[in-house]
Design a protein around this ligand. Structure first.
Ligand code: NDP
Length: 500
């Protein structure tokens, strides 16, 4: 690496946060407080209130009032766009601060966090255009006596539950689009990573978002998250997290008010590499796809499905790439792979690494924890000779663990790629356009990459097939998801009487 290694300092004291309701901070006061330790440095970095169900009610009431009195949905698209544009500018201006707290709570490299935050600013800028272009449909073919309109109306109060792997990014893949639609919001971030969601709420107020349109309550998933899923006055819930908790959210929505759900769940994503690919490029992409965000990435390319004739050579190329990735202190500008975010996830990844060894997969590199003197780190790990029935080939590990499954024919590659309950994302690497298109068509996944991986941006939608979720976020699809459709028949002139 030729980057100059510079490192920011740790905070002298943990930063105290309140939670955010109706355009203002609510101090933690007599509530219990959760102290978050940096997973890379083992020091306390933030103190976050453990909100009560009463606090959640207060936030939902604020969002409900803000929606029902039309202070936001009643504005023109132009006025909503102005707020979103300002929010984008404020996020850019505070990118360093947001990236810093994201890194401290999550353990991801600061350079990566900064890139994510700047990408988020772009989401607000893009969604501002969608606020202005959102529209319905008209039917001028119903005869001279009738006109038909189809209007899109905001769903109402939207709850958002986010995980700890991309706390700011996942939030911003939703918030600007939801606001563009005219809805109001209550967010519950993962208790592990609440700081940047709280900072965002304040930024939106500064950008001119009316009070009550963006509220953030903090606390654990089993209390506040579950209460949100059950809440009768939340009209829609966007949940991002594990498939297991997603199932609980579906049950809770069914038992309460049948709230509309958007679900972004787990993945076990195939990367199909043909022998005719630019193997150097593909090896770099596969290494990136499994080690980015320490593999704690729902779209991580965790199953390498590689043509048998090049499998050993290609595995060696990926191993070589990963051996040169800079693992270390995420506050260091040169770091590419940071810490594992939570102790529970650290245990899970180590469990699966041991499972792979027990199952008889061939350990090519890594294979356990990395001792960096402090914090929790895991060496990028590759298993060869993996068979599709092995647990490490089927379960989402959510860590830097790559499983290699060789194939001989195109049909076999597609069958292995689809042999999973998930359908979140997939990549194909080949110079043959026909193969690329056949695989793109036949592999079941909501996001697809040809000769690249983990590409994204505000324009293209996100979401999964099969048990990876329901609905889409981002792009125009992401705004439409938060609207409901009303059809309107308009009589022109006098009605033909029912009773003459
Ligand atoms: P979890 O499902 O455990 O948690 C996700 C969120 O749900 C957190 O905010 C959590 O709160 C909350 N939560 C926990 N229990 C409940 C409950 N009973 N009711 C409502 N909310 C609850 O996932 P992880 O945080 O462990 O994240 C990893 C998982 O998320 C992986 O499986 C990954 O694939 C998936 N994921 C999917 C993404 C996608 O876009 N498809 C993106 C990122 C992750 P708390 O943490 O405070 O307990």
């Amino acid at each position: 690496m030729d980057q100059i290694s510079t490192r920011q300092s740790l905070p002298a004291e943990p930063r105290d946060f309140g939670f955010y309701v109706d355009g203002a901070w609510v101090p933690a006061a007599e509530r219990a407080v959760f102290t978050r330790h940096s997973p890379a440095h083992d020091v306390p970095v933030t103190r976050i209130p453990k909100c009560t169900e009463g606090d959640l009610d207060m936030a939902v009431d604020a969002a409900r009032r803000a929606f029902d009195d039309r202070r936001w949905s009643g504005l023109s698209g132009q006025a909503r766009a102005a707020v979103l544009l300002k929010a984008g500018a404020l996020i850019r201006a505070r990118a360093e601060e947001i990236a810093y707290w994201e890194t401290l709570e999550n353990g991801k490299p600061i350079a990566q966090a900064r890139g994510e935050v700047l990408g988020c600013a772009d989401m607000y800028e893009y969604a501002s255009g969608l606020a202005r272009s959102l529209h319905g449909d008209s039917f001028n073919n119903l005869g001279d006596g009738m006109m038909g309109l189809v209007t899109r109306e905001p769903v109402g109060v939207v709850g958002i539950i986010t995980p700890w792997n991309f706390p700011f990014l996942i939030l911003c893949e939703r918030v600007p689009y939801i606001l563009a639609s005219g809805c109001t919001i209550v967010v519950k971030p993962s208790e592990m990573t609440s700081a940047t969601s709280l900072i965002l709420a304040q930024i939106l107020t500064e950008a001119g978002l009316p009070d009550g349109c963006m509220n953030v309550v903090t606390g654990s998933g089993s209390t506040i998250g579950q209460a949100m899923a059950e809440h009768p006055r939340i009209d829609m819930l966007s949940f991002t997290g594990s498939t297991a908790v997603g199932r609980r959210v579906v049950e809770a929505a069914g038992k309460s008010n049948f709230k509309k759900l958007g679900l972004e769940l787990g993945g076990k994503n195939p990367q199909v590499v043909f022998a005719d690919a630019d193997l150097e490029d593909a090896a770099d992409g596969v290494a990136f796809g499994i080690a980015f965000n320490t593999g704690q990435c729902c779209v991580s390319g965790s199953r390498l499905i590689v043509e048998r004739s090049v499998a050993d050579r290609f595995a060696e190329m990926v191993r070589d790439k990963l051996s040169r990735a800079v693992v270390g202190d995420p506050l260091d500008e040169a770091t590419q792979i940071g810490a594992i975010t939570t102790e529970a996830q650290n245990r899970t990844i180590l469990f699966y690494i041991e499972k792979g060894k027990e199952e008889g997969a061939r350990l090519i590199c890594g294979g356990g924890a990395l001792d960096m003197g402090q914090g929790q780190y895991i060496a990028p790990t590759i298993f060869g000779d993996v068979t599709p029935d092995m647990v490490i080939a089927r379960d989402e590990i959510f860590g830097p663990v790559l499983t290699i499954l060789p194939f001989d024919t195109l049909d076999e590659a597609i069958a292995i790629a689809n042999d999973t309950d998930y359908g979140l994302a997939a990549s194909v690497w080949t110079k043959d356009i026909d193969k690329a298109l056949v695989v793109t068509r036949r592999v079941q996944a909501g996001r697809f990459w040809v000769n690249c991986t983990l590409a994204g941006g505000p324009e293209l939608p996100l979401g999964g097939f099969k048990q990876s979720g329901w609905g889409r976020e981002a792009g125009k699809y992401g705004v439409e998801e938060y609207t409901q459709i009303k059809s309107v028949h308009i009589e022109i002139g006098k009605r033909r009487p029912w009773i003459a």
